[in-house]
Design a protein around this ligand. Structure first.
Ligand SMILES: Cc1cc2nc3c(=O)[nH]c(=O)nc-3n(C[C@H](O)[C@H](O)[C@H](O)COP(=O)(O)OP(=O)(O)OC[C@H]3O[C@@H](n4cnc5c(N)ncnc54)[C@H](O)[C@@H]3O)c2cc1C
Length: 430
């Protein structure tokens, strides 16, 4: 999770090595007044900022590191409609009608993403197509039921590919079939984040980098304090994801930062890459601690997996990721890994999105649960709408109840480790 001066202050990932950084933005110094101050320059914060600036608000974004430094600049790039908890879970939480409304909004989130890429000329190497691949008969039954559910209840045309059909496209014998979604896809996550950052600055947003918020004073005019300055605003937005560290304890108690890791192989060449994933789709399996992977535009395999629930990076990441890749693509042999990096996903207890407001002028969005590339843009848009006076669509999400993780800050990690061990055991057994 380190930063690296050689990569313009970003963790040393293939992403940071394959995109031009933005010019550094100044650190906050002194007192600044604005209409809306946003903590965090990831997809959520930047999306809200841009929408608000375009609507005429004076917007400030405070970022502890650099634009896109958090999960938005390091993720698997899988841009998937829906939410981390799955549609059936959402139905159980809010009822079938609201779950359908939320799913439709996630489709709008994908349209929003495409519109932003097009309008701002962001080259994020978008590729359509996403496969969810079951490993066990129990998972296969669930995935086939999801296909049926998407087609009948959600008007979302996904296909079931049996093992043979999948094998024509994906050179792995590991899976029992696939839910193939033609409209979800993948992109270069840091290029997308930097593109949003560039567009936000062009729209008049003042972004301060290297400006960690150390205190938020709540009230009729909230104040964000950093080491060298403070921002006074009418509305405050918390978009710090898994990295808030003490700014809003009631939010932090409701998410668990879970480490997940990505390896970029050495380039495989166009033919070598196509031999692995013929149609260039993104792939994610259905295990609790899942593998997720895709090809890069320079023909590498970008392979994600190996969750860490302890807050510490696992030991020999190169060896761990090599083993995981070999489990899916043994034909790659001892392929060199040019980059391995990680980041934290913000898992909520029910894995559903946790968006809303803590007081009338204090908004937040978190709990993307590893499913944020599309949903973050939507969250930013809905927060901006709510600040502008149209809160109905954000309030839909505020209906989802979120319990704190049991055990509080001290015990939640051991409890989660125990729970995850059970899920892993279950995945291994049936
Ligand atoms: C390794 C990895 C793989 C993933 N893969 C996928 C995937 O394939 N598909 C998918 O949909 N989702 C994926 N995700 C999740 C997705 O990346 C996130 O849901 C999404 O990027 C969250 O965006 P955000 O803007 O809310 O948070 P972030 O991008 O994390 O931004 C939060 C920002 O807030 C800043 N910040 C925090 N605290 C402070 C403070 N006190 N003061 C100032 N700034 C602060 C941080 O520095 C950070 O830049 C993955 C995440 C990780 C880590």
């Amino acid at each position: 999770m380190r930063s690296d001066p050689a990569h313009a202050g970003y963790p040393p990932s293939w992403y940071a090595a394959s995109v031009a950084p933005l010019p550094p933005q100044p650190a906050l110094a002194g007192r600044v007044e604005c209409d809306v101050c946003i903590l965090g320059a990831g997809y959520t914060g930047l999306s809200a900022a841009m929408e608000l600036a375009e609507a005429g608000y004076r917007v400030v974004v405070l970022e502890a590191q650099r634009i896109g430094w958090g999960a938005s600049g390091r993720n698997g790039g899988q841009a998937i409609v829906g939410f981390g908890c799955g549609e059936e879970k959402l139905e159980a939480l809010v009822g079938a009608d609201d779950a359908k409304r939320m799913f439709d909004l996630s489709l709008e989130g994908l349209d929003w993403l495409h519109a932003r890429l097009a309008r701002h000329g962001i080259e994020a190497h978008w590729r359509p197509g996403h496969a969810t691949v079951p490993l066990k008969p129990r998972q296969q039954r669930d995935v086939q039921a999801m296909v049926e559910h998407f087609n009948t209840r959600y008007d979302h045309p996904v296909a079931w590919w049996d093992r043979e059909r999948l094998r024509e496209t994906l050179a792995s014998d590991r899976y029992l079939g696939a839910l193939y979604d033609p409209i979800s896809g993948h992109l270069h996550p840091l290029a997308y984040a930097l593109g949003l950052g560039r567009a936000a600055i062009a729209a008049g947003v003042q972004v301060f980098e290297r400006s960690e918020v150390t205190q938020l004073v709540r009230g009729t005019r909230p104040v964000f304090k950093t080491a060298q300055g403070e921002v006074h605003c009418d509305f405050a937005v918390l978009a710090g994801n898994a990295l808030l560290h003490g700014i809003a304890p009631e939010l932090e108690a409701r998410i668990m930062p879970v480490g997940t890791y990505i390896a970029a192989t050495a380039p495989l060449g166009e033919a070598g890459a196509k031999a692995l994933i013929g149609n260039d789709m993104a792939v994610a399996d259905t295990a609790w601690a899942l593998d997720y992977y895709r090809l890069s535009h320079d023909h590498r395999l970008l392979f994600g997996g190996r969750a860490s629930y302890s807050g510490r990076d696992p030991g020999d990441l190169q060896a761990i990721m090599r083993r995981r890749i070999a489990g899916v693509f043994p034909q790659l042999g001892d392929i060199a890994l040019d980059y391995v990096w990680g980041g934290f996903v913000d898992i909520s207890l029910n894995r559903a999105p946790h968006w809303g407001r803590l007081q009338p002028n204090l908004y937040f969005a978190q709990g993307f649960s590893g499913h944020g590339v599309v949903a973050t843009g939507l969250a930013g848009k809905l927060i901006a709408e709510a600040i502008a006076g149209q809160a109905q669509r954000l309030d839909l999400f505020a209906k989802i109840k979120h319990a704190p993780f049991p055990g509080g800050q001290a015990l939640r990690t051991p409890l989660l480790v125990a729970a995850m061990s059970w899920y892993k055991l279950r995945d291994a057994l049936w």
